[in-house]
Design a protein around this ligand. Structure first.
Ligand SMILES: Cc1cc2nc3c(=O)[nH]c(=O)nc-3n(C[C@H](O)[C@H](O)[C@H](O)COP(=O)(O)O)c2cc1C
Length: 220
């Protein structure tokens, strides 16, 4: 295996779902900026970037969330950086967000916009994305997991530990964030959490994975 291949595989073996971080070790700004940039540059369906990344460094807020986050309690207490990944609601062609993406970000020419909107509508209908609000939200949420994966791999390549987390009471946590005005629940839902820092315990649990032949099949 050449160096880059080995570096990548080593990073995937290094990464594990870290429960307890060393709270004395902070991630350097440059490194965390790189992790955030990996998120921002991630691909998304139709390139609509239906996400937002909230970096929660306020310990009092973390403590509040901890009460309703059984799978994230230790990470909330000890991680150097803690991210809430939000997914956008109702990402349809006529929504404010999609109009902003089409006009301001992608800067499509006005004359092409009706065709673009039609393409988005047809795709969302054919893929059952716009069946209802829930299917639309789940589609946006899927995109956030791509960013999540890229953030964790980037961290691992930098020797930084991480943990993805769904172990929280969605309604209770959302309620806290909404009441504090941190999340506009008309526009966003909390998709998943991610913690970053440096492991407290070394080494972690042995990795368990199915064998390649159990999960990969070549049709030739
Ligand atoms: C979407 C997602 C949600 C997860 N939620 C939690 C969680 O709430 N708390 C936790 O400690 N680990 C959580 N995990 C970590 C998994 O349990 C872990 O990735 C899996 O057991 C494989 O172990 P490894 O990541 O150490 O290789 C989650 C993983 C994913 C991908």
């Amino acid at each position: 295996m050449n160096n880059i291949n080995q570096t990548i595989i080593d990073a995937f073996n290094f990464r594990h779902a870290t429960k307890q971080f060393d709270s004395n070790k902070k991630i350097a700004t440059e490194d965390f900026d790189t992790i955030l940039e990996a998120a921002r540059l991630s691909p998304s369906s139709l390139g609509l970037e239906p996400w937002k990344f909230l970096v929660i460094q306020d310990q009092a807020l973390r403590d509040e969330l901890k009460e309703y986050s059984w799978g994230a309690a230790k990470q909330l207490a000890t991680a150097s950086h803690f991210v809430l990944i939000l997914a956008r609601k109702n990402v349809t062609s006529k929504s404010k967000h999609v109009q902003h993406m089409i006009k301001d970000i992608k800067q499509y020419e006005a004359s092409t916009i009706p065709a673009v909107e039609q393409k988005y509508d047809d795709f969302q209908t054919g893929f059952h994305i716009n069946d209802n609000e829930r299917t639309l939200y789940d589609w946006a949420s899927k995109q956030t997991y791509i960013a999540l994966g890229n953030m964790m791999t980037t961290a691992a390549l930098l020797g930084i530990d991480s943990c993805p987390m769904e172990g929280f009471d969605l309604d209770k946590v959302t309620d806290i964030l909404a009441k504090k005005g941190i999340v506009d629940t008309e526009q966003f839902g909390l998709s998943v959490m991610a913690a970053f820092g440096y492991r407290q315990d070394d080494p972690p649990k042995e990795k368990t994975r199915q064998a390649q032949e159990d999960v990969i099949e070549w049709i030739e």
